[in-house]
Design a binder for this molecule. Sequence first.
Ligand code: FAD
Length: 336
Amino acid sequence: MAVEKTKDLWVFIETEDEGTAKSVGLELLVPGRRLADKQNGKLVAVILGSNVAPALEAVKAHGADEAIVVDQPELKHYNTDAYAKVLCELIEKYGPSVMLIGATNNGRDIGPRISCRLGTGLTADCTALDIDDETGNMAWTRPAFGGNLMATIMCPDHRPQLGTVRPGVFKKSEPGEVKDIPVIKEKVEITDAEKRVELLEVINEMAGELVDLENAEIIVSGGRGVGGPEGFAPVRELAEVLGATVGASRAAVDAGWIPHAHQVGQTGKTVGPKIYIACGISGAIQHLAGMSSSDVIIAINKDPDAPIFNVADYGLVGDLKVVLPILTEKIRKYKG
Ligand code: FAD
């Protein structure tokens, strides 16, 4: 088990091939700031990758107090063994109190791996973070029992306290002044024998049809109410005039009307656009879990009692087959 040597709160900054920070790392600096202050520790960005100068610049502009950087060619692409070794060595050396990890595919892989090696706990897919006033432990909140209740989990006996948070749960701050913060540069030896998986090639199969819901500013989503795969045509048309990305409820995905990459919700993506338009979506708790932090929610539903109206800022009661084409036409005309 690792020992807590400081009250510092670490945020794992996952990097892309070009050395830029993935958005979720910068998002986590926002709650990280509040929690580090609350427990009188520093907010430390931990950056792993190769040629990561852009990521370092970004964390300096997003409020980190300090950065620990491990910049080596072997870390250019994510590798479970290599990343786990580096993070465990850093944690054992510096003894942070808390580490937040983005629940990307890689974050979901590395979190449990290091928690097991370090003999500590991990709370996955948190939707709210706080520090318990009485004990000073992190209070990790996440949906439990199929999303029907929210559980708050603490890890009182083991350190560091680890948790993953999905992209989009927190909003990144606007970049501020690039501050001159202390930067600790570490090198960790990683032998070929320690890496049991070798990456031979990266093939961007999805490149042409990538669905970037997490970074979308406007999302138009369709649910079971669209009535079939062809029912997504008016949803797509509205999305096109608005420059929006198309989302979906699980019911529409499960019916095979649209691929899973479009799913919003507890078992889909967590999104936080400026505008979320829900078309023919009832507003089940598992759907709300993925979109309720949107700035403005507009719901179109023929049932005036649909629960989606409880979270909507604007509600339109009507048949989406009638409403959507009118709305699309009006916006098209307005845009000239
Ligand atoms: P419905 O609940 O069937 O609602 C359809 C709505 O369309 C109704 O409100 C109806 O009034 C309206 N409608 C019908 N026709 C029209 C029309 N012509 N014009 C206008 N409105 C119309 N769901 C998700 O979305 N995302 C998830 O990630 C997710 N994860 C889950 C995880 C678990 C463990 C479980 C148990 C469930 C999960 N679900 C998820 C499923 C969730 O519980 C709901 O079943 C689902 O969200 C319902 O989708 P829907 O709103 O499209 O369909």
